[in-house]
Design a protein around this ligand. Structure first.
Ligand SMILES: Cc1cc2nc3c(=O)[nH]c(=O)nc-3n(C[C@H](O)[C@H](O)[C@H](O)COP(=O)(O)OP(=O)(O)OC[C@H]3O[C@@H](n4cnc5c(N)ncnc54)[C@H](O)[C@@H]3O)c2cc1C
Length: 499
């Protein structure tokens, strides 16, 4: 943690780190090479020692594994074999990793829970840095603008943060169902939620970040002092630096009332009109659509006033809904004809934080969530549904395959100065997602569908895609501004999108 009493220690550490960078650069010239690649090695193994001053060894104390193990994403779709895998236990550990390209070969890429569905977590031959042990919640503060903010480390999982805030009568408005995702990943990456308040993506609430830059320096950016730089950084996916700590704005906790209903329409146009009407009626709308049958299960959310915990009066129905939703998400919305769905309650009141869940790591033969994310402007919803319907019907006719459902989230966009790149960067307005969902990430027909649908969603419908939530992207589908990326942090996966 950076604290007010630390400057002298920090200055000492920085001096040590700078000396280490110089020493490491000198050592690099004498490093053993194989096939043109610098080998991962302990500094002690590097011989002969470079002339000049004795290199300063920056101590690294966290877990280090360099025995060639493979690491897999949650859905078991992507595997990576980094030269070194590290789990830092202090910010100094992260700095020690970044400044030492001999012991920790480039690129250094951060990950949290590795839940992402794309190849964002792949870093073969580099250094995979997992933040999960930097997971403290350091307290609530009032910042210079008078806002209440929670100071939280990058590896903290969202469910842990929600529980901690609930116990203090507080919340963050972003309360998507995923409890395992980490703060650092969400602050620099893409997210979506149909939130009662706020825009509906996590990074919108992040008012300051502390990160380790490519020199190994701890840098803090706050929207009060460095608004533009912070906004850019929050679009960087870890390519500008590794987040170790965030300040996230918090509000008094409030309850939500959900009205669940099912709509079945005769045409895609009528379905789009029904969804728009439902959206206008409530504070936040979330819909699952079975496209082929033009059937939508709708969750219209309304603010239900102040409140922290789900009222006892809502039980046991609420818990039944929560458990059923968790299983359904875990299993990628695979239909379960033998399981009776919970009653579609018409007005249940609950804490949205109580609906956030944890998901077990599935085995290869288990149904498990996989999806593709696309952002569209709400004004385009009719066309999106019509063309997606036509595409899905045609694909189903030819191949006998269709996704289980499509998830529709609504996100309120901020001025482009607050979100200059990537998702939600189109200036004020409302974005809507239309995301196909399936239960077997490695099913060849699902992959074929997803690749072909990328063309429709991105190139025909003008949707925006995400490098951490949309799979099978090509450089023609996505551009990440080159100025956001530093060589030390840029994996092969990300290099293809820079422009
Ligand atoms: C069951 C399930 C449900 C989901 N539900 C939702 C949902 O409702 N809403 C939603 O938005 N998403 C959802 N997702 C997607 C998932 O939450 C996001 O992809 C999220 O970013 C994953 O967090 P993570 O900690 O696992 O990130 P990881 O997959 O570990 O990392 C993703 C990327 O984030 C960046 N990153 C990670 N840590 C840092 C850091 N410290 N500093 C800088 N950059 C960093 C890197 O680019 C990294 O490759 C769901 C996924 C699953 C599997």
């Amino acid at each position: 943690m950076l604290d007010a009493t630390a400057p002298s220690r920090r200055a000492v550490l920085l001096a040590v780190l700078r000396a280490a960078v110089a020493a490491v650069a000198a050592v690099a010239t004498a490093a053993p090479v194989s096939g043109g690649k610098v080998l991962a090695t302990e500094p002690d193994a590097v011989a002969p020692p470079p002339p000049g001053p004795v290199p300063v060894r920056v101590p690294y104390q966290g877990l280090l594994e360099n025995e060639g193990h493979a690491y897999q994403s949650w859905g078991l779709t992507h595997e990576t074999r980094p030269a070194v895998y590290v789990e830092p236990i202090s910010y100094a550990d992260v700095q020690a990793v970044v400044v030492d390209p001999i012991r920790f070969p480039s690129p250094v890429s951060p990950v949290g829970s590795m839940l992402s569905v794309t190849r964002t977590v792949v870093n073969d031959g580099g250094t995979l840095l997992c933040t999960l042990k930097l997971n403290e919640i350091l307290g609530v503060e009032t910042d210079a603008a008078g806002r209440s903010v929670v100071r939280v480390q990058a590896g903290c999982r969202l469910k842990k943060l929600h529980l901690w805030l609930q116990s203090r009568g507080l919340e963050i408005p972003y309360q998507a169902e995923i409890g395992d995702a980490t703060v650092g990943s969400m602050a620099a990456g893409d997210t979506k939620d149909s939130s009662l308040e706020g825009p509906g993506y996590f990074s919108a609430g992040v008012v300051a970040v502390t990160y380790v830059d490519e020199q190994g320096t701890l840098v803090t950016l706050s929207d009060l002092v460095d608004d533009k730089a912070l906004a850019e950084f929050k679009c960087s996916y870890g390519l500008s630096g590794i987040i170790v700590e965030c300040l996230v704005e918090v509000l008094s906790a409030m309850l939500c009332r959900s009205r669940f209903s099912v709509v079945t329409e005769e045409s895609p146009q009528a379905l789009a009109a029904a969804i728009r009407r439902m959206h206008d009626e409530c504070d936040a709308l979330f819909v699952h659509v079975a496209l082929e049958s033009l059937r939508g299960v709708c969750d219209q959310r309304f603010s239900a006033g102040p409140g922290v915990m789900t009222p006892a009066a809502s039980q046991p129905v609420f818990d039944e809904i929560r458990r059923s939703r968790r299983l359904s998400i875990q299993h990628g919305l695979a239909p379960k004809p033998t399981v009776k769905p919970p009653p579609l309650s018409n007005g249940i009141v609950y804490s949205r934080a109580d609906m956030v869940d944890e998901y077990w790591r599935p085995k290869g033969d288990e149904p498990r969530l996989d999806f593709q994310y696309y952002e569209h402007d709400l004004t385009n919803l009719d066309r999106v549904i019509e063309e997606s319907y036509a595409f899905t019907r045609q694909f189903s006719k030819e191949h006998g395959f269709a996704p289980h459902a499509w998830a529709i989230y609504f996100v309120r966009r901020l001025p482009a100065t607050k979100k200059p790149h990537g998702l939600y960067s189109g200036g004020p307005g409302i974005s809507v997602s239309f995301d196909p969902v399936f239960s077997n990430p490695v099913d060849p027909l699902w992959q074929q569908f997803a690749k072909a649908y990328n063309q429709v969603a991105i190139h025909s419908l003008g949707g925006r895609a995400s490098p951490i939530q949309t799979q099978w992207l090509t450089p023609a589908d996505l551009t990440i501004p080159r100025q956001l990326a530093r060589d030390r942090f840029t994996t092969k996966y990300y290099a293809q999108f820079l422009g």
